[in-house]
Design a protein around this ligand. Sequence first.
Ligand code: FE2
Ligand code: FE2
Length: 239
Amino acid sequence: MNTSTHEIADRIYRISTCVPDAAPGGFTFNQFLVDADEPLLFHTGPRRMFPLVSAAVARILPLERLRWITFGHVEADECGAMNELLAAAPLAEVAHGATGCMVSLDDLCDRPPRKLADGEVIDLGGRRVRHIDTPHVPHNWEARVLFEETTGTLFCGDLFTHAGDGPAITDADIVGPALAAEELFHATALSPATGTTIRRLAALEPRTLALMHGSSTHTRCGESLRTLADAYDRMTRQL
Ligand SMILES: [Fe+2]
Ligand SMILES: [Fe+2]
């Protein structure tokens, strides 16, 4: 497995590892490093990927400078290496919504996590990340996303998940591949609130969508979120 690094927005780096057997054409596991006075990582990668991810971070900044460890929800690919990172970066804290802390992270984290209220902003010094609760979207009660306000980057986690080892940034449609992957994985928790929650993210009018699985994009971000919301609404009505 190779891990590549690409700056997808000003001082925001996508660290990407493709696992060939995880899906037809491969499946990428991406982490995002925000290089600021207080550096932040969104997704840790699975525990077994820690050597690859930590080496990739260390090529951009010293690992021990990492201040914030964040992720969308509690699954191995999102946060499996959080305790390895806490050990490697003595100033680092896990930051997550109150639900995630109460249900899982207060117990799972080797150091107590920082609990964030919906809409709360962490000023990283040069970058500002807003925590947004998105319960059950795309899955898990504690689900959330992060919006970096100065670059307009939405770290949207598993939303738009698609297979393949595409480029770091694509101008192509990301909704079609996401719906094809949905047919394969059935990973989204469809509910009457799914579309509404995604439309709320579209209203942010992000300039970059940073995807955990697949290519990120600068193109038609709000429109793609609204199209995805409409598709999930249609699927929900068919349940
Ligand atoms: Fe997930
Ligand atoms: Fe994921």
